[in-house]
Design a protein around this ligand. Sequence first.
Ligand SMILES: Nc1ncnc2c1ncn2[C@@H]1O[C@H](COP(=O)(O)OP(=O)(O)O)[C@@H](O)[C@H]1O
Ligand code: SF4
Ligand SMILES: [Mg+2]
Length: 338
Amino acid sequence: MSELLRIERASKRFRQPVPLGDRLAAWLGRPRPPRAVQAVTDVSLTVARGEVVGLVGESGCGKSTLGRMVAGIYTPSEGAVLFEGAPVMPGGHKRSPRVQMIHQDPFASLDPRMKVGETVAEGPVAHGIVSRAGADALVAETLRRVGLDPALRNRYPHQFSGGQRQRVAIARALALNPALLVLDEPVASLDVSIQAQVLNLFMDLREAAAGGSGLTSLFISHDLGVVRHVSDRVAIMYLGRIVELAPTRTLYAAPAHPYTRALLDSVPRLGQGRGVFHPIAGELPSPLAPPPGCHFHPRCPHAGPRCRVEAPALLPVAPGQSAACHLHHGGTAAAATA
Ligand SMILES: Nc1ncnc2c1ncn2[C@@H]1O[C@H](COP(=O)(O)OP(=O)(O)O)[C@@H](O)[C@H]1O
Ligand code: SF4
Ligand SMILES: [Mg+2]
């Protein structure tokens, strides 16, 4: 499979507003270093044409920020995001409408004053994909593709249910004929019964596209069950870094990183009696002051002295599987000497 997306050592920092104390300190001639949230750190990942890569991690670990860099909403602070071999945002502006993002909350992402038909037609007309006269047919076809009656085109977003609104958001993205979809928690705001419908729609769209243009996707979720259902490979993020990357089957059968194992153990499993899940010990540390070395060390049952000082690199542990953990590469006992 040929490569469609390449993320090369991408990082993203957000400057925080300067607190009053820091301003006073600067005024007194004792400036403090500027505060920044390190949302994504040194992430590298490739996605092949037609592939679905799941991106999983606890809330606040940087999934949306990474997704937004891929979708051309945020520029990386360092590194690069390449789509079809060229930067997604040359000069800070998104280059191609062929990367589209679907957000968690369809109500917030749709313009309440626009009829859904206008919403779906807006992008393709603006990008010259279709003429204003031809937009009607494209809207009807796209609404049908996502399982909505084209007769609903004259309704407003508030006249739809949550699941239907997410279908409209998917239709708006599909109308631009994207090669890459970034889906950011696309079912997290929906009722469980509706979640299954929208996931099945995604699988149907993927299958329909498999023989043709191919629907390559980065599928973001905090839910390991959802990601298992839809992904070819899964990347696990912890505090801004990818800590494990593996084919879906391998990741669930033989997780290599202690954090992945902890995440899998924390998922309640149906049909296994009571009390079989174990929440991960401790809180997710603040990205304003991440722990040194391996970010996971304060919560890791295997942490050793090396883990507290040296950040592990994401390195191969098995065919197709990589993990960022000293357990697999030299042990946790002693820090490597330069
Ligand atoms: N626009 C922003 N400005 C400042 N901080 C942000 C911004 N977007 C995200 N962050 C911070 O970056 C970190 C990662 O956030 P996010 O990418 O939304 O994580 P996730 O999607 O995994 O929940 C969080 O600490 C969040 O508060
Ligand atoms: S590097 Fe150390 S602290 Fe980090 S996950 Fe591996 S064993 Fe745990
Ligand atoms: Mg998010």
